[in-house]
Design a protein around this ligand. Structure first.
Ligand code: FAD
Length: 401
């Protein structure tokens, strides 16, 4: 999503663009996510700091978090910084910067959805957090009111009866919901990226297959090997999502990056869920998709390349069956992806500090699908060298050097 949108925004500013990927556009993390364009996600996901939650995580209780010892060991440095940055004072500061990006996400998607004729993939009637206990519901309503007052995020607080009317398929007595009114649901996230890439090609760009690891400095610019030969360019943008860290390390950059892996599985669900739902006290999402009902899991702290361990999927499936008649799982292996995260919860967007003509656009964590068009526009404006419509200072790669 991020690379394709960056290419579109550069093209719109007159650059001759080639999109190079080792697969077709939209086949990786941007394929398997929950498909939410999250206007409500103005606060980045903080590391839990209360003792009970941490104890649950460490003991492996619940479905929200799973970890591999090797993953914690490998990511220990960035995770320590992530924990520190999640202190309420620093988290509030990160939220100010994050919310400035999120505020434009729907408008920027809308422009590309219209231009690519992708309206049929997008539903604009919101997304629900549902709650099992009255205490958690009341707390969430207070938070939603604060997000409204501070960031202009619209919501509707729903009682148990209102929720039952809105989503009759939910069968467990629930305490209520927060319905985020301005968030959107995409019924096939990979197809939306493909539509954006088709638009790019229709407007004259090329999408080529190639490996970013073949990137070399060449003359005053860069070159990369593709199946159609070496492509040369004066400027290169790296939008490698979770693969950014291993890549930039080869160029000498040690940024506090890490991944939170996540799984999905589709179900033939005979019951019809009208909108996506987050089971907020249990930490998984159910989202209606073209393929079936998609269940996506929370965070797994494991090395990017470790074998899949879909423990959370098993736990989340059992919890989801309390809420809904999921039906059978589709006969496909669980999908595994990885959220590209940073220790300060802000994406990395801007020029590579030590390599002229090299640009970074990654680290969009839990909301890269939402933020792709905003990230693409901001990067294109920076690369053009004029004034940007959002101040890029909080996101610049130089903050880590
Ligand atoms: C379970 C789950 C649910 C999520 N739900 C949501 C959600 O509802 N809403 C939301 O906004 N976000 C969500 N996210 C986060 C979101 O999916 C990511 O932030 C986003 O997809 C990242 O986009 P990207 O373009 O940076 O990375 P990617 O989509 O992974 O793209 C990176 C690209 O780099 C290519 N690549 C990698 N290595 C090379 C190489 N060596 N050479 C050439 N090409 C290479 C890949 O093929 C890929 O196409 C979710 C994530 C997960 C895991």
């Amino acid at each position: 999503m991020v690379g394709t949108c960056t290419a579109l925004h550069l093209q719109a500013r007159g650059w001759d663009v080639v999109l190079v990927d080792r697969r077709a556009p939209g086949q990786e993390t941007s394929w398997g996510n929950a498909g939410l364009i999250q206007r409500e996600a103005v606060e980045p996901y903080a590391f839990p700091r209360d003792f009970d939650t941490l104890a649950d995580v460490l003991a492996g209780r619940g479905a929200q978090v799973h970890w591999h010892a090797r993953g914690l060991w490998q990511m220990a440095g960035p995770l320590r910084r992530y924990y520190k940055n999640s202190h309420p004072t620093w988290h509030a500061r990160a939220s100010e910067a994050y919310s400035r990006l999120i505020a434009h996400a729907s408008d920027e998607h809308e422009a590309l959805i219209t231009a690519s004729g992708a309206h049929a993939l997008v539903k604009r009637d919101g997304f629900r957090f549902v709650f099992r206990t009255p205490q958690a519901h009341a707390e969430a309503v207070r938070r939603a009111e604060r997000l409204h007052d501070h960031f202009g995020v619209r919501h509707q607080a729903e009682s148990a009866d209102q929720l039952a009317q809105a989503e009759p398929a939910l069968r467990m007595p629930l305490a209520g919901a927060v319905h985020w009114l301005d968030s959107w649901a995409v019924s096939h996230p990979g197809a939306l990226v493909q539509r954006y890439a088709d638009l790019l090609v229709a407007r004259g760009a090329r999408c080529l297959t190639g490996d970013a690891r073949s990137l070399q400095a060449q003359g005053a610019g860069w070159s990369v090997q593709t199946t159609e030969g070496r492509v040369e360019a004066g400027q290169v943008v790296l939008a490698l999502g979770p693969w950014a860290d291993p890549f930039i390390r080869r160029w000498g950059y040690r940024f506090p990056l890490f991944v939170k892996r996540g799984y999905h599985q589709h179900y033939r669900c005979p019951a019809r869920l009208r909108q996506p739902v987050l089971d907020a006290e249990r930490g998984y999402v159910l989202a209606p998709m073209q393929q079936g009902l998609r269940l996506t899991t929370g965070a797994e702290f494991a090395p990017l390349d470790a074998a899949p361990t879909p423990v959370q999927l098993v736990k989340a499936e059992a919890l989801a069956r309390e809420l809904l008649d999921l039906g059978e799982a589709l006969p496909e292996p669980p999908w595994l992806g990885a959220r590209p995260c940073t220790a300060d919860m802000l994406p990395v967007m801007g020029p590579a500090p030590q390599h002229p003509g090299l640009w970074f656009n990654f680290g969009h964590a839990h909301q890269g699908f939402t933020l792709g068009p905003v990230a693409g526009r901001l990067l294109a404006e920076m690369l053009e060298g004029g004034r940007t419509w959002i101040d890029p200072a909080p996101y610049l790669p130089s903050r880590f050097v």
